[in-house]
Design a protein around this ligand. Structure first.
Ligand code: AMP
Ligand code: MG
Length: 407
């Protein structure tokens, strides 16, 4: 298969992927990870009836007629702090001074906040307004009841979800094992950042960029290797990568039609090539197949092409391995300027989207060559011009992919 659509390529890349197994993860380390199983609460939340205010626990019927001019005077019998249990109970004509979060004493059925009281004497309180039955009381289970599913499998554990798990008393949770990813950068010219640049050399930007992208989508690096443009070097790097038991291998470079582009050949001889070339721009040279059962994405060498290919396809594999929807997260934007696409391919223009009023307005950046990383680094989106459409007027709706997308 070659020169296939982005949709075909996405379907092929994610076909047959099943979510990775669950591993127990300590709550503080679970941030950003994906819940592997439903979490059912074993407790009510809140666990007991407690005060929503600093005030006085009362019998609501006692203060029905309270007004500022004719307050109802109650005798204060006890003071309850959060974390402590009352020793007595509240009976008619009595009240307990109570702090936010403290348990409601037996007999009380409402709380009057301090602001609605005045203090005439040490052990007395004047109530200035009535409070409804149950007023200012947080009922047990009003957030979650015992036996209820609090979070579903597949939920990304963002801060609020982690807070909820902690509130339920969970110290560990089952998370999807992080996908292991091996990265192989190919090319005689690539040089590690930090090393002196030899004649004809360029710094390897793809390895660092792809590694960061892998982390952005919840993956974990198990191998970073480089290979010169020789079959033996490619085979050695592949063996090195496979030894680290990856769930996905990403290569960059060596996948076009040049004399030294060996990735397709290696895929064909060492494994199985599924497709080569996608009707997209940049990143048309893109190979996909399997080696020893491990999916391998052969990304283009040009950094912007490698980035776009990884944003679509490495992301899709990583999300599918997490049990999440691998389709690109498209948002609707308005073209800030007219956009042309004469390429006959899905064109992922590097751009910037800004919120103008209630609308997201997207504008392509100056500098759309697949080698120009700076406009990509300065922008915040890819603007997706369809292969069947040559022109979008200013003001037309166009889909975009936001680059701050995550798992
Ligand atoms: P290739 O597909 O191997 O012919 O590479 C296409 C272009 O991408 C060439 O200009 C390469 O020098 C460049 N390139 C390949 N790999 C990398 C890399 N890891 N970092 C930066 N540029 C690269
Ligand atoms: Mg090359």
């Amino acid at each position: 298969m070659w020169n296939i659509t982005v949709e075909d390529a996405l379907a092929r890349v994610t076909a047959g992927i099943t979510p990775l197994p669950a591993v127990p993860v300590a709550l503080p380390e679970a941030a950003g990870r994906v819940l592997a199983e439903d979490v059912t609460s074993t407790i009510d939340l809140p666990p007991f009836a407690n005060s929503a205010m600093d005030g006085y626990a009362v019998v609501a019927a006692d203060i029905i007629a309270a007004t500022v001019d004719a307050p109802v005077r109650l005798t204060v019998v006890e003071r309850i702090a959060a974390g402590h249990t009352p020793t007595g109970s509240v009976t008619h004509g009595h009240a307990m001074r109570i702090m936010t979060g403290a348990p409601i004493p037996p007999g009380a059925d409402a709380v009057v906040k301090f602001e609605d009281t005045t203090t005439p004497a040490a052990a007395a309180i004047d109530i200035l307004v009535p409070v409804a039955l149950g007023g200012n009381i947080r009922q047990p289970g009003e957030d979650i009841v015992a036996g209820q599913v609090a979070l579903r499998a597949g939920t990304v554990l963002r801060p609020a979800a982690l807070g909820l798990l902690a509130a339920l008393g969970r110290a560990t949770v089952p998370c999807v094992r992080r996908p292991r990813v091996a990265i192989i950068a190919t090319g005689d010219e690539i040089t590690a950042p930090g090393a002196p640049l030899p004649a004809g050399g360029i710094y390897d930007s793809n390895s660092t960029m792809l590694a960061a992208l892998v982390r952005q989508y919840g993956g974990k690096l198990c191998c970073i290797a480089t290979a010169r443009d020789e079959a033996a070097a490619h085979q050695a790097a592949l063996a090195q990568a496979l030894a680290t038991q990856p769930d996905l291998i990403l290569t960059s470079g060596g996948v076009a039609q040049g004399d030294f582009d060996l990735v397709k050949d290696i895929l064909q001889s060492a494994g199985a090539l599924d497709f080569w070339q996608v009707r997209m721009r940049p990143g048309k040279p893109l190979a996909f197949g399997h080696v020893s059962g491990v999916p391998l994405l052969g990304l283009a060498g040009n950094p912007v092409a490698a980035f776009v290919g990884a944003t679509l396809f490495a992301r899709a594999v990583l999300l599918a391995l997490h049990g999440r929807d691998p389709q690109p997260a498209l948002h609707e934007a308005v073209c800030g300027v007219a956009i042309r696409n004469g390429s006959g391919r899905r064109n992922f223009l590097r751009g910037a989207a800004t919120l103008e009023g209630a609308r997201l307005v997207a504008r392509p950046s100056a500098g759309q060559l697949p080698t120009q990383l700076a406009p990509l680094a300065h922008g915040n989106c890819l603007i997706v011009a369809h292969e069947d459409r040559t022109h979008y007027d200013a003001g037309a709706i166009i889909p975009i992919i936001l680059l701050n997308d995550a798992l």
